[in-house]
Design a protein around this ligand. Structure first.
Ligand SMILES: N[C@@H](CCC[C@H](N)C(=O)O)C(=O)O
Length: 286
């Protein structure tokens, strides 16, 4: 039986390019939500509504301000969240006057954030990894790998930004049905060790890419920061675009800068605090 608690839980609702988050600062309190509880809070009619729950924890890595634990709306866990890191940087700067340059620890690696204004927050996510094994495809020597989706053969690219991303390069912007079919089929493919986020990208010009992402554990979102990073890195590596790359998603534009092989990748874009609240009703711990 899940344990039930009646504690008041302070939370903050944030968004970054329409990718939305519930943030809980658990650095000085007990907070261990189970997957069922996360799903209940994520529900847009019966809960708070969000794509990811971000939980701040103390970090024991030297020089790191805190650790960010990432829960997807379906209760699964994620290693990285590019938009979420900018939202955390905004919150830390606003709520505790934290330094404007911070290191945040995630399960997908260390992220360096730089807050200049709510419209200009950078997150350096690390070095993109194009090895299919980093994306959880043990049987694939190199990308692209061919997958069959709904009877169609697709050449699929991939990169890890700490979390796994697959990318299909399209000739025209996909509609919601295509995003859903390709996203579900590729993202949940049995050959992947832990599923993947799936991006569908259209190259508009050497510095502009249009992207839709079907996120692992959250479905189609208005924007995905690590997805935009993976898409830009893959297209830069293929020579299809040049840095910096503006990645345009339904929620807005993220600027991605990647100097190339072995170098870290930086994203720059906005974030907003939407509201704050307190949950006083019973919450399930399990
Ligand atoms: N919205 C995020 C990515 C969140 C995690 C992702 N769904 C996963 O499971 O890897 C972003 O902005 O990067």
């Amino acid at each position: 039986m899940p344990e039930e608690r009646n504690d008041a839980l302070a939370f903050f609702k944030l968004e970054a390019l329409g990718n939305d988050f519930m943030l809980v600062d658990a650095r000085q309190r007990d907070f261990e939500p189970g997957p069922g509880q996360v799903r209940q809070w994520a529900d847009r009619r019966r809960g708070v509504g969000f794509d990811q729950l971000l939980v701040l924890r103390p970090s024991d890595r030297p020089g790191h301000h805190c650790r960010v634990e990432i829960h997807n709306a379906d209760g699964s866990r994620a290693e990285q969240c590019g938009n979420g890191m900018r939202a955390v940087a905004l919150w830390l700067s606003r709520h505790e006057g934290a330094r404007h340059e911070l290191h945040l620890e995630t399960a997908g690696g260390s992220v360096e954030t730089r807050y200049r204004s709510d419209d200009e927050i950078s997150a350096t996510l690390g070095v993109p990894d194009f090895d299919p094994r980093a994306v959880g495809l043990a049987d694939t020597p190199t990308f692209p790998r061919r997958f069959t989706v709904d009877g169609e053969e697709l050449d699929v690219h991939g990169a890890s930004m700490g979390n796994p991303h697959l990318l299909v390069i399209e000739d025209e912007e996909p509609g919601p049905r295509r995003l859903d079919i390709v996203g579900r089929t590729l993202g949940g493919h049995a050959d992947l060790a832990h599923g993947a986020n799936v991006g569908l990208a259209v190259v508009e010009s050497p510095h502009r890419v249009r992207l839709r992402v079907f996120e692992r554990g959250a479905g189609p979102t208005l924007a995905c920061g690590s997805g935009a990073s993976a898409a830009a890195a893959i297209l830069l590596r293929l020579g299809r675009v040049e840095a910096p790359v503006e990645v345009i998603q339904p929620g807005g534009t993220l600027v991605v800068n990647w100097p190339g092989r072995g170098q870290v990748l930086t994203t720059t874009g906005p974030a907003r605090l939407v509201f704050e609240g307190v949950i006083r009703c019973r919450t399930q711990a399990g």
